[in-house]
Design a protein around this ligand. Structure first.
Ligand SMILES: Nc1nc2c(ncn2[C@@H]2O[C@H](COP(=O)(O)O[C@H]3[C@@H](O)[C@H](n4cnc5c(=O)[nH]c(N)nc54)O[C@@H]3COP(=O)(O)O)[C@@H](O)[C@H]2O)c(=O)[nH]1
Length: 768
């Protein structure tokens, strides 16, 4: 048949084809066949081993692979499976030495696009097989869902009853008598039946009275027919073949050459392609990177699973995973490595579950699985342990060995939630709890988690509103110099005037702002407001003071932090030494080099820098030594026990000596009693801050008078005097405050009335 035809001219460049065959003679023959089709310049690439083939399969650029079934001791079908499993979506056509239905079936199931018998393959047959394979090329084989093979229902459209009888006999031979074969002989009738789409496959004769089968194909497809259509023609003609393909037929068969095996194979491939197309439509439901189900399909699956569980009163576990430190891996080793890791993780997860269990990538580094028919939560626990164990071995990504772990959250239907959204939320909440517990572990959802999570969500929403409605404000807590007793610093402390809750302190919301990143916006507002207030105080005649602003680690991550502060100071027209930023040791540790670089730049322009809460974190002399700052704030917890705990007293003493030795100014925070104040003064602490001296107050309460007073005289004048008239009011207030648990007054703030026994006469201890 091929002898009658000329080598076609191809407007498009010929496909790039790789032959995998361990027999060089076969390579030469195949090359000749393809040259008949694509012209004498066509070059077929060739490799002869399984290993070379695998390598070549991962190379981008081939359009089709021709693969010999016999590769030494190994089988081509295994290679097809391996290639498909590793995400190869280039069509693979299997070549075998003999026609074997079993093998043909196996090839199809492995994911081959077609199957050709070597000795019986002409140039035309090969070209057609390649063309159809290419037209189907779209990667649907990523979808590994098994579609069961059933006897298809077939509609035969032929105006010759004998042909129908013959075809039906063949079909019965292939599928047995239970195969449904319908027959239409008239064009219009056939069109109606086809558009009803009651059949799996259509066999249409090219000649249908006055009209052609091609027209019928076109019309049926235009009317929405999706099932595969095989055209039957009287004789082989390349024109008819091309016409059929262009009209939308899946294949064409020459009636005179029709045999049972040929029909069988054509039907199977047509059906498989059709199913492939359906799956292609489903591809939108698969994650392109990993081939796993995506969020859309996962929800669909979960919805069906929950519906079944409801009907049969079963429990279902939703297992939600998030990789630990994935962002770090992505940021440091690059996105390509990140992608590879996600693929490798997907493969391990797939291997950790039963074939029937779904594994989905919900996005980023989040994965989810569903365990059906849960009878005992311990089952799920074991499953989670298996998942965690799957991460114990490092992942080999290129030349890198990457260690990764995951945090797993579990929610059970119907115990924890009775619908998809709530179940997902619960599993997500449990996963976050696993992160909080130090990552690399699993947690079952509990009601407490729910309450916590919903509280956080509410706060987040309210914080957004608070920003929009300008509900934030700053209160200021004075810092008093030990040597002069005067106010040298004013720490700006954020307060939220909530319409529903009154004055809310940062302890109740700042962590949410930090977690959500909202702290960057809020922090900028704080900085602007504090600097503008500093300007107002300067204009009011205040001098020798600075405002202290707390800065969260997240604010440093924004590469514009330095410029932002500089701009704010300029806009407010405030010299930089009026500003001190306070950061905690943990902020410093989050990204030491980057943070230190910013701090140095700030110091260079004159901004003061204090290390907050010192003594609580990983405080070490090394950190202190390399800290580019001006002041150290000893944490309240040490101050609180300084009178009662010898250890804490010794620690404070050592901290002060150490920090002084390194040239830092020492600020003690949380000073609540005269005894604490005296103990700190005895240990040469430079600056005091605490309820004893003043609660945080609104800016209006900071007056020139207040700044001029010596606030320490009542307490440091000596035991007898300090408890006397001079310090009496303050003392009474402080004791009253202590008796009430030393909470800040709210909503109307008040300053402890300090009665100075003498005016400030000394220079501020704080270095300028
Ligand atoms: N990133 C930002 N963090 C901020 C900002 N404003 C405040 N904060 C941080 O929130 C934490 C709690 O602050 P707050 O509730 O305002 O508490 C401060 C003082 O009111 C309190 N304090 C002061 N004196 C005493 C005392 O004698 N006893 C006592 N029990 N508490 C006292 O201490 C807090 C000041 O802490 P510090 O900053 O460590 O000096 C707190 O960690 C703030 O840092 C902000 O705008 N941004």
């Amino acid at each position: 048949m091929e002898g009658d035809e000329e080598a076609p001219t191809h407007a498009a460049p010929p496909p790039r084809i790789l032959l995998v065959d361990d027999d060089e003679d076969d390579y030469i023959v195949t090359q000749e066949l393809l040259r008949d089709t694509y012209g004498s310049a066509f070059k077929l690439d060739w490799c002869s081993t399984w290993e070379d083939a695998l390598q070549a399969f991962s190379v981008d650029g081939y359009d089709v692979f021709l693969l010999d079934q016999n590769l030494g001791a190994r089988e081509g079908t295994d290679l097809v499976r391996t290639a498909v499993a590793s995400g190869c979506n280039v069509p693979i056509i299997l070549l075998t030495g003999n026609a074997d239905r079993q093998l043909d079936l196996e090839a199809m199931r492995a994911g081959a696009a077609d199957f050709l018998v070597k000795g019986q393959t002409s140039a035309v047959l090969m070209e057609r097989s390649i063309r159809y394979a290419l037209s189907q090329h779209g990667g649907h084989r990523r979808c590994k869902r098994q579609i069961s093979w059933e006897a298809p229902s077939i509609l035969l459209v032929d105006d010759d009853e004998d042909d129908y009888i013959l075809a039906r006999a063949m079909l019965f031979e292939i599928y047995g008598r239970h195969c449904k074969v319908d027959w239409r002989s008239k064009w219009e009738e056939a069109l109606r039946s086809i558009t009803e789409q009651a059949h799996d496959v259509y066999l249409i004769d090219y000649r249908l009275g006055e009209r052609t089968g091609i027209e019928l194909v076109r019309e049926a497809i235009a009317l929405g027919c999706q099932g595969p259509i095989i055209l039957l023609t009287g004789d082989a003609s390349r024109e008819v073949d091309l016409e059929a393909m262009r009209a939308g037929a899946s294949d064409y068969l020459v009636k005179s050459e029709l045999t049972v095996p040929l029909l069988d194979r054509a039907l199977r491939y047509a059906l498989e392609r059709y199913r492939g197309e359906l799956r292609l439509a489903e591809l939108a439901k698969y994650d392109q990177l990993t081939g796993l189900a995506n969020r859309f399909l996962f929800r669909e699956f979960l919805s069906k699973t929950l519906a079944r569980a409801e009907r049969y009163h079963r429990s279902v576990a939703l297992v939600f995973l998030d990789l630990d430190r994935f962002k770090l891996i992505n940021d440091t080793l690059g996105h390509q490595v990140g992608d590879e890791l996600l693929r490798a993780v997907s493969e391990r997860l797939r291997n950790a579950v039963r074939a029937s269990d779904i594994v989905a990538r919900l996005g980023g580094d989040e994965f989810a699985m569903v365990l059906d028919e849960i009878t005992d939560p311990a089952m799920v626990g074991h499953f989670c342990e298996r998942i965690l164990a799957a991460f114990r071995r490092p992942f080999q990504i290129g030349s890198d060995e990457i260690r990764s772990s995951t945090s797993v959250g579990v929610a059970i239907y119907p115990m924890d939630a009775d619908n998809i959204d709530d179940l997902l939320k619960s599993a997500d909440t449990a996963m976050y709890h696993a992160k909080e517990e130090g990552a690399n572990n699993f947690q079952f959802y509990t009601m407490d988690m729910h309450l916590k999570a919903s509280r956080l969500l509410t706060i987040e929403r309210d914080l957004h509103h608070a920003l929009e409605r300008r509900e934030f404000m700053l209160w200021y807590q004075p810092q008093i110099a030990a040597d002069s007793g005067r106010v040298v610093g004013l720490e700006a402390l954020l307060r939220w005037q909530s319409p529903g809750k009154g004055i809310v302190k940062p302890g109740d919301f700042i962590h949410v702002a930090e977690e959500t990143g909202l702290i960057v916006t809020i922090g900028r507002w704080v900085m602007q407001e504090a600097c503008e207030q500093a300007r107002r105080w300067i204009e009011a005649g205040f001098s020798d003071f600075h405002v202290c602003v707390n800065v969260a680690a997240r604010q440093f991550r924004d590469g514009t932090f330095f410029d932002s502060i500089k701009g704010i100071l300029q806009d407010a027209n405030v010299p930089p030494h009026y500003l001190e930023i306070e950061l905690t040791e943990s902020s410093l540790l989050k990204s030491p080099d980057a943070v230190q670089a910013v701090l140095r730049r700030l110091l260079d322009i004159g901004v003061r820098v204090a290390l907050d809460d010192f003594g609580t974190g990983y405080s070490s002399l090394n950190h202190l030594r390399s800290f580019p700052g001006t002041a150290i704030k000893i944490d309240q917890s040490f101050v609180a026990n300084i009178e009662t705990s010898r250890d804490d007293s010794q620690i404070v003493k050592a901290l002060i000596q150490m920090a002084h030795g390194l040239g830092f100014v020492i600020v003690a925070e949380g000073v609540e009693t005269p005894g604490q104040l005296r103990a700190l003064a005895a240990q040469q602490c430079d600056i005091f801050q605490g309820y004893l001296l003043s609660f945080p107050v609104p800016a209006e309460e900071i007056t020139t008078e207040m700044l001029a007073k010596n606030h320490l005289t009542p307490f440091l004048a000596g035991p007898g005097e300090s408890e006397g008239a001079a310090g009496g009011v303050c003392q009474a207030n402080a004791q009253a405050a202590a008796a009430q648990g030393l909470t800040e007054p709210s909503p109307v703030p008040r300053t402890l009335t300090l009665t100075p026994s003498q005016e400030c006469d000394g220079k501020h201890a704080y270095p300028g």
